[in-house]
Write a protein that binds this ligand. Structure first.
Ligand SMILES: [Zn+2]
Length: 252
């Protein structure tokens, strides 16, 4: 079974700038605090996800606002860098193009762990979420075939020989790894507040309340006050392996 404690460079591929923070932000803060390099990849520009006066801003200003908020939240959690792919939020972009862009990122960042949305979560209605999870999972299994992608794969150098070992899915209904997140919860909720254009005060309060409830439920299974959860699997399990959920659940 894959072991997240062995990770030292993690790539979090998210549809929108706040998704990793909502799902896994406390653990990101704790991992970064232990010296793990965490990179965020935002697939879309999030220009559609604003409300109120912000929604009336010109397109470039909406993109810039979300970029500033994302970078503030990422700094707070200790994220090493944020990469923006710039696909149009809630737009008609293709998972194929996103997959190739993510393959390029994997080849240059060289993570040992990729985290993304579980695209097979039941009742996820947002197309950006489903396509991002699929594009990232496919990029994980195909990135080391040199003939696949928009650009040829770089040759390994002595500094960059690490291999993508494991893929973790958050926002999943099949978690197999629950991590004590209590020490990162306060920072996570401050990072969510950094995404100020995404919620008014009462929506933010509801989000934090829901997050505490969800993290308490995960925590109960490991005797922690708050926890976050993943479905974490070896990369090789993401192809012709219908036993993935059964096997991953049977592991400690
Ligand atoms: Zn999202």
């Amino acid at each position: 079974m894959p072991d997240l404690t062995k990770a030292y460079r993690i790539l979090c591929v998210q549809p929108h700038p706040d998704d990793t923070d909502i799902a896994f932000g406390a653990t990101v803060a704790l991992l970064a605090g232990r010296g793990v390099e965490v990179f965020y990849v935002s697939v879309t520009d999030d220009a559609a996800g604003l409300s109120g006066e912000d929604a009336a801003l010109p397109y470039e200003e909406r993109v810039e606002l979300r970029r500033r908020e994302q970078r503030a939240a990422a700094r707070r959690l200790g994220v090493t860098d944020v990469i923006e792919l710039g696909f149009p939020d809630a737009g008609n972009w293709s998972a194929y193009d996103a997959r190739n862009a993510i393959i390029d990122v994997i080849r240059s960042v060289r993570p040992d762990t990729l985290l993304t949305i579980d695209p097979w979560m039941k009742y996820e209605a947002h197309g950006d979420h489903r396509r991002t999870g699929l594009a990232a999972a496919e990029a994980a299994i195909l990135h080391d075939f040199p003939a696949i992608g928009d650009r040829a794969a770089p040759v390994d150098t002595p500094q960059h020989t690490n291999k993508l070992e494991r893929v973790g899915f958050f926002f999943t209904d099949n978690p197999n790894l629950v991590l004590d997140a209590e020490a990162g919860m306060e920072r996570k909720h401050l990072a969510l507040a950094d995404h100020a254009s995404q919620w008014d005060e009462s929506t933010y309060r509801e989000l934090v309340e829901y997050d505490r409830w969800r993290c308490e439920r995960y925590g109960q299974s490991i005797g922690a006050r708050y926890a976050e959860a993943l479905l974490l699997v070896p990369v090789a399990w993401l192809h012709i392996f219908p036993d993935l959920v059964t096997i991953s659940r049977s592991q400690p």
